[in-house]
Design a protein around this ligand. Structure first.
Ligand SMILES: C[S@@+](CC[C@H](N)C(=O)[O-])C[C@H]1O[C@@H](n2cnc3c(N)ncnc32)[C@H](O)[C@@H]1O
Length: 651
């Protein structure tokens, strides 16, 4: 399908969806939306309008950036405080966007969004109250103006006149009757609308629909029925009949394969699923991360503004992120970029590093790190102290990793190229580990639409299996005795449950020596504790999900574990067996029962303990020597004789 065609299609769907939404929204809400600035309004879909709004903000950023007194990076007033004068302009400039395009995104947004919701509520209710009050007052006025009020006035003015009582009473009765008729008429109209049942197409009709406009209308109608199923279903059609048709139509309209469509559809409510698919048709905002090893956000913002770049802080949740609205120069080729003052990085990919919260002088492993967006952020948070092991199994990809490490001036990183599953045999005893796992990429469909069709059931099974193996390796490679850490963060840029909650739940079952802890991120949706037929450990609610339609960032998942002990069950044979059927899900209760049985039966097979895996400098030295010797031989043909260890001669 040609991209242009798709985009047109998506826009058509968006307009139709939003139009319907706008119709469903109370007048006060729509009215208010016009005067409320939101993140989503800056979404690429309405790029022109957002950009129109930005210069006002840009001026204020510039002005504030020049303010010498407010030089502290922690002080966000340069970005936020000074915009008050311009806020109105911006709100006005966004008027069109909101109503026309992004009513839906605003509603769910969480980031500026806590704020946004408050604004909405405040304004909405304020307006409603004011609106109602005004209506009430207004209607009095109107009545007076139309003479009806005069009648009423007459009624009360002549209340002492007995004869008039009858007249007054008749008038009141007539008025009450009229009002009742009007109310009845309104009700009837509504009921007629509700009665308007939607008849599903026959199989042949459905197959025949190649007209996307027809498909789009059918999607809307089915959603309407599903949202009021009891009233609107046709005859004895089941909910599943409608859902089956809807899934087919969504596949056709948005271009997903049926397997993935179903997987994604059930993560959301019906309306939310459509918002998610819509959001995937829209590019996410361009964001950059200030490299604090070389500069500060304030200085970077000023330098880029001087080049004509139109930008804003990413949101209150990050002190280093900037969102770029437009730029006369390629953001990936400015002198500041080449000098390593920033990394082009999706907002969502800040989150796992923030959750990891690496400390100075720690040993940290980034198990799947190329091209290094997160490794370099980790190094920056550690202020180039301690050691970051930036590993990736794909040697080709480590080239970009090395390049980024150099460009950003990272000096505490070691790049390595192992399969993550080889840890901790390669090296262990880390204070913290980030496993930003290889995944299906269902959170980044707006960047790579091929995901819609190129992932099969086997792919998901293989990925989930690999993720489960990697997470166990990561857990086993952390030192629970670390004075400052003992944490593992698991993340993916996918929104499927198999790659997220399923994997984390599996790790909790296989490694009772870890528990989930808060990610420390103050926004995001809670991870699932139930999904379809699956039940997960209740602590899964501590994990966080991010969605494009809600947070205006790539879909993402973050979980944080604390390792409590280095003693792990070492029933290797069992584990292998378990890992082989890692895909099989066992509800938590059942699993516990099954484990107990196994333990009773296998009383002799005591749980062995594995000693804490820690660094051994002598051993490391030897490994380094061997590796250097290998390298010399490979690159220069020099063969070194192995150096004898102290203890070797004594044997
Ligand atoms: C989501 S990307 C990592 C992105 C990276 N963390 C960043 O922020 O730039 C996943 C990475 O996992 C790597 N990978 C795949 N299988 C792996 C394995 N078995 N062990 C280690 N890395 C692996 C891929 O090469 C890929 O670079």
């Amino acid at each position: 399908m040609a991209p242009g065609k798709k985009a047109g299609k998506a826009n058509a769907a968006a307009q139709a969806t939003n139009k319907r939404k706008a119709e469903q929204k109370p007048a006060a809400v729509n009215k208010k939306a016009k005067t409320t600035t939101t993140t989503a309004a800056t979404n690429g879909k309405k790029g022109a309008a957002s950009n129109k709004a930005k210069p006002a903000k840009k001026r204020s950023v510039q002005a504030a950036a020049q303010d010498d007194d407010e030089d502290d990076e922690d002080d966000e007033s340069w970005a936020y405080g000074a915009v008050s004068d311009d806020d109105d302009d911006e709100d006005d400039a966004h008027v069109g966007d909101l109503d026309d395009e992004f009513v839906s995104a605003e509603e769910g947004s969480d980031i500026e969004v806590g704020q946004l919701d408050d604004d909405f509520l405040g304004d909405e209710f304020g307006d409603e109250e004011g609106g109602q009050g005004a209506d009430l007052l207004g209607s009095d006025d109107e009545e007076e103006g139309e003479g009806e009020g005069e009648d009423e006035e007459d009624i009360w003015a002549s209340s002492d006149d007995e004869d008039d009582m009858e007249t007054k009473s008749r008038k009141l009765d007539a008025q009450a009757k009229r009002e009742a008729e009007e109310a009845e008429a309104e009700l009837t109209t509504n009921i007629q609308m509700e009665d308007d049942k939607y008849v599903l197409p026959t199989e042949a009709e459905a197959l025949d629909s190649t007209d996307l406009q027809v498909v789009q209308t059918r999607i809307q109608e089915i959603v309407r029925v599903l949202n009021n199923f009891r009233e609107m279903r046709e005859g004895n059609r089941s909910r599943q009949d409608y859902i089956d048709q809807l899934l087919k139509d969504l596949c056709l309209y948005y271009g997903y394969n049926e397997y993935l469509m179903e997987k994604l559809f059930y993560i959301f409510t019906v309306s939310e699923a459509i918002e998610f698919f819509e959001a995937n048709e829209v590019p996410r905002p361009v964001t950059i991360r200030t490299n604090t090893l070389k500069t500060r956000r304030r200085e970077l913002a000023q330098a880029l503004i001087n080049r004509g770049v139109n930008l804003d802080p990413i949101g209150k949740w990050s002190k280093v992120g900037l969102q770029v609205f437009d730029s006369p120069v390629p953001v990936g080729a400015t002198p500041e970029y080449l000098a390593g003052h920033y990394m082009l990085q999706a907002a969502s990919s800040f989150l796992p590093v923030m959750a990891l919260a690496p400390q100075e002088n720690e040993r940290v492993l980034d198990m799947a790190s190329a091209p290094g967006g997160k490794s370099t952020y980790i190094a920056a948070l550690m202020k180039n102290t301690g050691m970051v092991f930036a590993n990736d199994a794909n040697k080709e990809r480590t080239k970009a990793l090395v390049a980024n490490i150099h460009r950003l001036g990272v000096k505490n990183a070691v790049v390595c190229n192992y399969d993550g599953r080889e840890f901790p045999n390669v090296i262990g005893g880390f204070d913290r580990i980030l496993l930003d796992a290889p995944c299906s990429g269902t959170g980044v469909i707006s960047k790579d639409a091929s995901v819609k069709t190129n992932k099969s059931e086997q792919d998901f099974q293989m990925l989930s299996h690999l993720q489960k193996q990697l997470i166990l390796s990561a857990i086993d490679s952390v030192d629970a005795g670390s004075k400052t850490g003992g944490y593992i963060v698991y993340s993916t840029c996918s929104v499927t449950v198999d790659e997220n909650e399923d994997v984390v739940n599996y790790a909790l079952r296989k490694r009772p020596n870890v528990k989930l802890v808060s990610t420390g991120l103050d926004f995001g949706k809670e991870g699932f504790t139930r999904y379809r037929e699956k039940v997960f450990h209740p602590s899964l609610s501590l994990t966080r999900r991010y969605y494009p339609h809600m947070h205006n960032m790539d879909g993402f998942y973050v979980a944080k574990f604390k390792k409590l002990s280095n003693k792990i069950p070492a029933k290797k044979a069992d584990e292998k067996e378990d890992e082989a059927d890692a895909e099989e899900f066992v509800p938590i209760g059942e699993d516990e029962k099954r484990n107990k049985k196994k333990q009773n039966k296998d009383d002799k097979a005591k749980v062995e303990t594995q000693e804490a895996i820690s660094f051994n400098d002598e051993e490391d030295e030897q490994l380094i020597r061997v590796s250097q010797a290998k390298l010399l031989q490979q690159t220069k043909g020099i063969k070194l004789r192995p150096k004898k260890n102290k203890g070797d001669g004594e044997k």
